[in-house]
Design a protein around this ligand. Structure first.
Ligand code: KIV
Ligand code: ZN
Length: 545
């Protein structure tokens, strides 16, 4: 569908480029849940994965295409069509076939194919001459176009490609039927001036360029991804490829929230629109961080815990007199509530339901009953419950509800006397209960050993981090962990760009006022992912599309 020239399409690649970052592995149900969140957020295109990578990747894209790709979106402005669902493919027939098969159930499917065009990539990675690259692009884009009307082509490492050759490749892609030309700065090498000139050169020198959408895709190796993306947009690009929280390999991709909020906050400068509901930004940021087990750095723009916090006395004084003194965006614009006292321990179910609805949670009766029970437990321990607390409580509830094995109880004894000991009670998928006790070097270690004794999933704990949701000694703690499965238990994954395979690691998340409980939940959810991945592989042969 054509869009006015002042509209920038947001192409989200959290589930593809973002998920490629080591440790951000997501299960198929998590990908589906995230895709639903991205659709609610209002992204125009969801790059749902790299279908040829594995049956699991294929299945993830297929399910998203089937469900999210066919569900119209509601909103203040009325119903809008489902997002375009895109699958990535190297420039080979097998990759393109897999991508097409995975996205074709969507109402608006897209195939995204790519081939490197920089001298260094052509010589050392592809072992192809420029003329061979040119011919392959024309052939593979035409092949994709014969399957799917919407084809995106990316000249990989465009940032280090020779412009004159790039123009020829892009022209060939247009002639072969590409509808979007995406210009990646694959290694995050360019500066904003260079990238703006690159896009301006393409706009001026590629015949037929006005018939297609020009897109930008920047990596953050020099911390310039957002600046480069905005420079490309200024030069005429009308699609930005981004990830939530800037997730991605190495230093990550351009952060969705940064580009969207720059266009929104500096509207007089850019005079450009997006379809993003900015009030959903905080929520989707939490979801991605929880599901990937990748915490957001506190000083991260827009979504970091400190992004709207004003510590210095002089700032606070100014803020009390007029918010605009130090705040260029209202926290509410990104869906962040500053409300302190929300509800107390005497608040009823109706008050909780109303507040949760105001925060954008639409819970069923049973979910609300559980949320109310959890709320009462926390209200008994914590004087003030803020919106941030409520959000974490419900997010944790939803996250834990998807677990195969869940924590039903935990008791620890620790301190300077005696051996740290933990007893855990777990519920299994058939409703069965397991009770196990273990000693360890501390309470977390003891709890993890007890869980290991029950589940027997050999792994290495790579990372463990604790974060308080709000200030105060009684704050809810969020714990994220990252686990590496034992060698060989889960197949390695191939990177679409380098063709190299790397071991996958899995994140886990838990929240509670008791950080030992939060730690146990986080570990258990990470293990659940390993179990799900293993079970999935065992069933793989039976999967039919
Ligand atoms: O960074 C890159 O070049 C990519 C391409 C596949 C578009 O991710
Ligand atoms: Zn990339």
């Amino acid at each position: 569908m054509t869009k006015p020239n002042n509209y920038v399409r947001i192409f989200d690649t959290t589930l593809r480029d973002g998920e490629q970052s080591p440790g951000a592995t997501l299960t198929s149900p998590e990908k589906l849940e995230i895709a639903r969140g991205l659709a609610r957020l209002g992204v125009d295109i969801i790059e749902a994965g790299f279908p040829v990578a594995s049956p699991d990747d294929f299945q993830g894209v297929y399910r998203i295409a089937q469900e999210v790709g066919n569900t119209p979106r509601g909103g203040e402005a009325g119903e809008s069509p489902p997002p375009i669902i895109c699958g990535l493919a190297r420039a080979t027939e097998a990759d393109i076939d897999a991508a097409w098969e995975a996205v074709q159930p969507a109402a608006s499917p897209r195939i995204h194919t790519f081939l490197a065009t920089s001298p260094i990539h052509m010589e050392h990675k592809l072992g192809m001459s420029p003329e061979e690259v040119l011919a392959r692009v024309a052939k593979m884009v035409a092949y994709a176009h014969a399957l799917c009307a919407d084809v995106e082509f990316s000249p990989e490492d465009a940032g280090r490609s020779q412009p004159a050759f790039l123009y020829r490749v892009l022209e060939a892609a247009i002639r072969a039927g590409a509808t979007t030309l995406n210009i990646p700065d694959t290694v995050g090498y360019t500066t904003p001036d260079e990238f703006r000139d690159l896009i301006a050169g393409i706009m001026a020198n590629v015949p037929g360029i006005e018939e297609v959408t020009v897109s930008v895709h920047c990596h953050n190796d020099l911390g310039l991804a957002t600046a480069n993306t905005l420079a490309g947009i200024m030069a005429g690009a009308r699609q930005a490829e981004v990830t939530v929280n800037g997730l991605g390999e190495r230093a990550g991709n351009t952060a969705l929230e940064e580009v969207v909020m720059a266009l929104h906050t500096r509207h007089p400068v850019y005079a450009l629109e997006t379809g993003i509901d900015t009030k959903q930004i905080t929520r989707i940021s939490h979801m991605i961080s929880n599901y990937t087990g990748m915490p957001v750095q506190p000083n991260k723009a827009i979504v970091g815990a400190n992004a709207f916090a004003h510590e210095a006395g002089i700032h606070q004084d100014g803020m009390l007199k007029n918010n605009n003194t130090y705040e260029i965006m209202l926290p509410a614009t990104v869906g962040l509530s500053r409300s302190r006292l929300v509800l107390g321990k005497h608040s009823g179910r109706h008050a909780l339901k109303t507040r949760l609805e105001e925060l954008g949670f639409d819970l069923g009766e049973d979910e609300l009953a559980e949320a109310f029970q959890r709320f009462k437990q926390v209200a008994d321990k914590k004087k003030t419950i803020t919106d941030a607390d409520l959000e974490v409580l419900v997010e944790d509830q939803m996250y834990q509800a998807k677990q195969i094995y869940s924590l039903a109880g935990l008791q620890v004894a620790c301190g300077t006397m005696g051996l740290p000991t933990a007893t855990v009670r777990l519920h299994g998928p058939e409703g069965e209960t397991y009770v196990q006790a273990s000693v360890g070097t501390g309470p977390v270690d003891a709890a993890y050993k007890a869980i290991d004794d029950v589940l027997q999933v050999p792994n290495t704990l790579l990372e463990f981090s604790v974060n308080a949701v709000t200030e105060g000694i009684d704050a809810i703690g969020e714990v994220t962990v990252r686990l590496k499965p034992e060698n060989g238990s889960i197949p390695r994954r191939t990177s679409p760009q380098s063709g190299r395979s790397h071991a996958r690691s899995f994140g886990g998340y838990g929240a509670d006022t008791d950080i030992i409980v939060a730690s146990a939940k986080a570990y258990l959810s990470g293990l659940n992912k390993l179990i799900a991945a293993r079970e999935y592989l065992e069933q793989e042969a039976e999967i039919v599309v």
